[in-house]
Design a protein around this ligand. Structure first.
Ligand code: 6PG
Length: 475
């Protein structure tokens, strides 16, 4: 069937917080939008609240009417919960779609599911795009960062629209087609893994200042706010500074002091780890952050343990402000480097040719991990770092040379004071592992061969060898 220019530029299904905000963003940029929602009553409410933008938006209660109202080849963005709801919607909409149409999943989906859906739909002539959308409600409404997977055909349809609604960094839209099938959702998952690590490291510095330094939430918030002027400038520092300085109107106490210390999670941090481990990688900073959220939920155990387990005996001098700031920057660099390492491993594994510099660029604005650092990282990738490794890029090495000393001193202070710094410590251990040419895996290989005859490579001969474990025979 020939393409038709008649109809809405884009269809958007799912008028929750993110879907509504994106629909308004498209409309504001001049695109006509057809919308629909499972709970049909929401459609009228949404249109009433859309104000003057409602002129560009048409609501449909019936799925078939919604689809018919969109210009072919259709781009239909789903902003619904990932997993089974997405599969149910694909099944429902498929009979009314036509060859060349594209279904876009804009949720935080498991990239394995995105790959499976793309493959399943390939034979039907319907395209499937997994698109990571970052920036929360505010981002969706005023400019998110978007990580797009799927076919070139779909990207051609989508490109003018997503470039128009995206956040901009010095005029450059924070959206890119990153690769086929699950590439967009994979990159979004790793974005979230880095987000977890960054949030955790900020929380660890807060913990050190609170528990070893006796600082109030407002004092720590003011310190973080001052860091916004320097190399740590980022959305997550801004948010943390504002949260720490907010007051609970009910109790008059600092808002953070009345929040239960149990962190939730929806799974993207965990997915980052699972995929990293499957590829023989380790994102130890992300792992520390996911683990810390898990331990945080064992509140009852921790409350009992506080009286039962001994604390550190030493009172420590709090590291200087410069050291705290430097340590957090080193941790942030190492967390990002681990995330990018996973991306490059996945790029090889799935043959995606991910452009790591472009990924850094589209994370410079709109998304949750946006920060001054990402511009430096984009440049570092453009200069082709040795071994493709961010920590070996000259500019990154220079930053690490200045900040790893502070990281060591801060981790040491945490260890001495008994304040847990799992993500910062993990980052430091990874740094030290990577800068050690002769590691200790020779003993691991010896142990494996000793008890399991697994064999090992020698430093002075090719092939697979076994050890002369003569001490065992003598015993
Ligand atoms: C974003 C965020 C967003 C959300 C995640 C993390 O990029 O806009 O990552 O997707 O914050 O779902 O949520 P959890 O902390 O609940 O896992």
């Amino acid at each position: 069937m020939p393409p038709s220019q008649k109809g809405a530029d884009i269809g958007l299904y799912g008028l929750g917080t993110m879907g509504s905000a994106l629909a308004l963003n498209f409309a504001e940029k001049g695109f006509s939008v057809a919308v629909s929602n499972r709970e049909t009553a929401w459609i009228d409410t949404f249109l009433e609240e859309a104000g003057s933008l409602a002129a560009k938006i048409t609501g449909f209660a019936q799925l078939a009417d919604f689809v018919r109202a969109i210009a072919r080849p259709r781009s239909i963005l789903f902003m619904i919960p990932s997993g089974a709801p997405m599969d149910a919607m694909i099944e429902a909409i498929l009979p009314v779609l036509e060859e060349g149409d594209t279904i876009i999943d804009g949720g935080n989906a498991d990239f394995n599911a995105t790959r499976a859906r793309s493959e399943a739909l390939a034979a039907t002539g319907i395209h499937f795009v997994g698109m990571g959308v970052s920036g929360g409600e505010e981002g969706a409404r005023n400019g998110p960062s978007m990580m797009v997977g799927g076919s070139t055909h779909s990207w051609q349809q989508l490109r003018p629209m997503v470039e128009a609604i995206a956040a901009r960094y010095q005029g450059d839209p924070c959206v890119a087609h990153l690769g086929p099938d699950g590439a967009g959702h994979f990159v979004k998952t790793v974005h979230n893994g880095i987000e977890y690590a960054d949030m955790q490291m900020i929380a660890e510095i807060y913990g050190l200042l609170r528990d070893a330094g006796g600082k109030s939430a407002a004092e720590i918030g003011a310190l973080f706010e001052s860091w916004q002027e320097g190399p740590l400038s980022s959305y997550l520092i801004e948010v943390s500074a504002a949260a720490l300085q907010s007051t609970d109107s009910r109790s008059g106490r600092p808002m953070v002091d009345v929040i239960l210390d149990k962190a939730g999670q929806k799974g993207t941090g965990r997915w980052t780890l699972i995929e990293a481990l499957k590829m023989g990688q380790s994102a130890s900073t992300v792992e520390a952050a996911v683990g810390a959220r898990g331990w945080s939920s064992e509140k009852q155990v921790r409350t009992r343990a506080e009286d039962l387990l001994s604390a550190a005996a030493t009172a420590v001098d709090l590291p200087s402000e410069g050291d705290l700031q430097g340590a957090l920057l080193a941790g942030r660099i190492l967390g990002h480097a681990q995330g990018f390492r996973i991306l490059s491993a996945a790029s090889e594994e799935f043959d995606w040719s991910l452009d790591l510099a472009r990924i850094s660029e589209i994370w410079r604005a709109g998304c949750i991990i946006r920060s001054a650092l990402l511009d430096d990282l984009a440049e570092a990738f453009r200069d082709n770092p040795p071994e493709g490794h961010l920590i070996l890029a000259p500019a990154v090495r220079a930053q690490l040379a200045e900040t790893v000393g502070p990281l060591r001193r801060v981790v040491a202070a945490g260890v001495a004071a008994g304040v847990p710094l799992p993500a910062l410590s993990a980052g430091l251990a990874w740094y030290d592992t990577m800068r050690t040419a002769r590691g200790t895996a020779n003993l691991i290989q010896a142990q494996r061969d000793f008890f399991g005859a697994h064999g090992f490579a020698r430093i002075d001969a090719d092939g697979r060898h076994h050890g002369d474990w003569n001490r065992l025979r003598q015993a």
